[in-house]
Design a protein around this ligand. Structure first.
Ligand SMILES: C[S@@+](CC[C@H](N)C(=O)[O-])C[C@H]1O[C@@H](n2cnc3c(N)ncnc32)[C@H](O)[C@@H]1O
Length: 197
């Protein structure tokens, strides 16, 4: 499926994204994801596939600077409306054609976005290249890979065949890309693979 179709799909969802029903403990699961990966020394954070800014409130502590990046302009516009602060920047870009050069982030988050990449291994390699020494990259979801893949398969349209690899498989890919795996675990209600450079 081509990226334009996916982008239009997410643009069409933007006006109602925050009202799509989520599990009652979704906020606690997001908090658990952030607690597992964010450290006070992470000053510059890149939130890939940020959507309307689910992660922003949890990232704003410690005078952190946050770059919210998404290829769907309507998602980003809603994000900017909700989170206009000076410490939050908004960038409309495809994560697979990034407008950054060299190591400039302490933390890169891919929350709910990896299955939608055209070339995940290539994209993750590029994202690792944006990490400062000691920086961290984390891939997270609010459910395990099997449940998420079944969910995508139940949807009509461009994300229908989008797949999240099992956490252990993704960890092997990161090792092949030269990263050190810090965590690789999934359960029915969570998925986390985090790595350092
Ligand atoms: C499932 S939503 C998750 C949004 C947000 N992270 C959240 O958890 O609420 C996936 C988001 O990733 C964005 N996205 C998908 N593929 C992308 C790509 N190649 N580059 C940038 N953004 C992308 C979509 O536009 C959408 O906003």
């Amino acid at each position: 499926m081509n990226p334009t179709a996916r982008r239009e799909y997410f643009n069409s969802l933007a006006p109602r994204w925050d009202n799509i029903p989520s599990p009652p403990d979704a906020e606690a699961r997001v908090r658990r994801f952030l607690d597992g990966v964010v450290r006070s020394e992470h000053r510059w954070v890149l939130d890939i596939g940020c959507g309307t800014g689910l992660l922003v409130p949890g990232l704003l502590a410690d005078s952190r600077r946050i770059v919210e990046l998404d290829f769907a302009l309507d998602m980003l516009a809603e994000n900017r409306r909700k989170h206009p602060g000076a410490r939050v920047s908004h960038v409309c870009s495809d994560a697979e054609r990034l407008p950054f050069a060299g190591p400039c982030f302490d933390l890169v988050l891919c929350f709910g976005v990896l299955p939608h990449f055209e070339r995940p291994a290539h994209a993750l390699g590029e994202l690792l290249g944006l990490l400062r020494p000691g920086g961290r990259l984390a891939v997270g979801h609010l459910m395990g890979s099997q449940a998420l893949n079944a969910f995508h398969a139940s949807l009509p349209g461009p994300v229908n065949g989008d797949l999240l690899p099992a956490a252990k498989e993704l960890a092997r890919l990161f090792e092949d890309l030269g990263a050190r795996v810090v965590a690789a675990a999934e359960a029915a209600d969570s998925y986390l693979v985090s790595v350092e450079k």
